[in-house]
Write a protein that binds this ligand. Structure first.
Ligand SMILES: NC(=O)C1=CN([C@@H]2O[C@H](COP(=O)(O)OP(=O)(O)OC[C@H]3O[C@@H](n4cnc5c(N)ncnc54)[C@H](OP(=O)(O)O)[C@@H]3O)[C@@H](O)[C@H]2O)C=CC1
Ligand SMILES: CC(=O)N[C@@H](CCC(=O)OP(=O)(O)O)C(=O)O
Length: 346
């Protein structure tokens, strides 16, 4: 049994980790670290966890974590893990960062899109981007994982097969993203206030979303060619779920049956990506509470566009589920262990 610590204990990412780790037979939650609720039990904040977490939340003590813990999940806002993860250098402690601190390999990009100084260069170099469908072998040998953002998970899984197989042009790609309110975390704000979100559809962070450079970096790496995308984000009045609709210009005549076959073949050894049959398109409910990414495809012969729709649960495949998928791979366990939940429906 490996011992786990979760930092950022009272956040949504943390409690989703708790939910999934409860089903894990090789990982035990030993410490929950909280900067705001030390001494409190997680169940006093989240009563639905009452019989599952019996340790009080603690103050962060890096030396204690180094001595007692095998796997640390950083479920903290951007700007926190970049100072903490370097302190585990030279240890065998596996560090999984759910935030954006280690996702951009170029420090200047981090400074531009996130603000503040980037993580130390050696930490950025050691961190492996944890999207198993693109780099499973590297993840298996990693000690530090930079867990992908929720929108990039959906957008990259949707676009990479089409770009790698040259089905679409690498230019003028448009990604229209939509997400539920839990994506903004637990702290209430005017952005997520019920009366401003309910019955409403809000574009936000247009032209400045922190996931733009992440999507561009990993799309570019996947085809060895510089790719720029137009990416828009919208807040939807629902709790969980994220759906990206991507549009790319077709390079040649191709049928929908051929495109579906290419996608099915691309993901045949990736258990969490499900490709829809012709005329069937994913909805966020189809993946709710699960680690799946469902992808639907349409060839628009009138406009010569490929339309790709990819749906995930932002807290599972978009965060905690993917983090545990990565830990499974890093430790040589079944990639799907603790993650084979059927989506909740309706
Ligand atoms: N929500 C989502 O769908 C997704 C989230 N992410 C990323 O995962 C991370 C966690 O997200 P989420 O759980 O939703 O966010 P929350 O805001 O719900 O939780 C983050 C938690 O981190 C702790 N925290 C806050 N500020 C600080 C600080 N300055 N130093 C240390 N700890 C702090 C708090 O917990 P405490 O007071 O108990 O320490 C807080 O509850 C973020 O980086 C987010 O961007 C990534 C993909 C999807
Ligand atoms: C609704 C909402 O605000 N969603 C967040 C989702 C991103 C996120 O959760 O965090 P990372 O940047 O660590 O991936 C956003 O769009 O910024």
């Amino acid at each position: 049994m490996k011992h786990v610590a979760i930092i950022g204990g009272t956040g949504y990412g943390a409690i989703e980790l708790v939910r999934i780790l409860h089903m894990h037979k090789h990982l035990q939650i030993t410490k929950i670290i909280s900067q705001s609720q030390q001494g409190e039990y997680l169940a006093s904040i989240y009563p639905h966890l009452i019989e599952f977490v019996d340790t009080p939340m603690e103050e962060l003590d890096i030396n204690q974590l180094k001595a007692e813990i095998d796997v640390v999940f950083f479920a903290t806002p951007a700007g926190v893990s970049k100072a903490l993860i370097p302190q585990f250098r030279g240890t065998n402690v596996q560090c999984i960062d759910l935030s954006g601190d280690l996702r951009l390999s170029n420090s200047q990009d981090y400074e531009k899109w996130y603000g503040g100084e980037a993580a130390p260069e050696e930490t950025l170099k050691e961190a492996i981007y944890g999207l198993p469908e693109i780099n499973k072998e590297e993840i298996k040998n990693a000690r530090i994982i930079s867990n992908p953002g929720c929108y990039p998970t959906s957008a990259l899984l949707g676009l990479i097969p089409a770009l790698q197989q040259h089905i679409i042009q690498p230019t003028r790609i448009i990604i229209d993203g939509k997400t539920g309110v839990s994506g903004a975390g637990r702290t209430p704000s005017s952005m997520t206030h019920f009366s401003e979100t309910n019955d409403n559809l809000k574009p936000y962070k247009i032209g400045k979303h922190q996931h733009i450079p992440e999507i561009e970096q990993y799309l570019s790496e996947s085809v060895n060619n510089k790719i720029a995308v137009t990416f828009t984000t919208h807040l939807i009045p629902m709790t969980r779920g994220l759906l990206c609709t991507a549009y790319g210009q077709l390079t040649s005549d191709i049928t929908i049956d051929e495109v579906i076959e290419i996608y099915q073949s691309h993901y045949k050894s990736h258990p969490f990506v499900r490709i829809r049959k012709k005329d069937s398109y994913p909805t966020t409910k189809d993946v709710y509470g699960s680690n799946f990414c469902d992808i639907g495809l349409f060839v628009d012969e009138r406009t010569n566009q490929l339309i790709i729709m990819s749906a995930i649960d932002n807290l599972v495949k978009g965060a905690a589920g993917q983090a545990i998928q990565n830990v499974n791979l890093m430790n040589g366990w079944d990639e799907t262990h603790a993650l084979h939940t059927i989506p909740m429906y309706p």
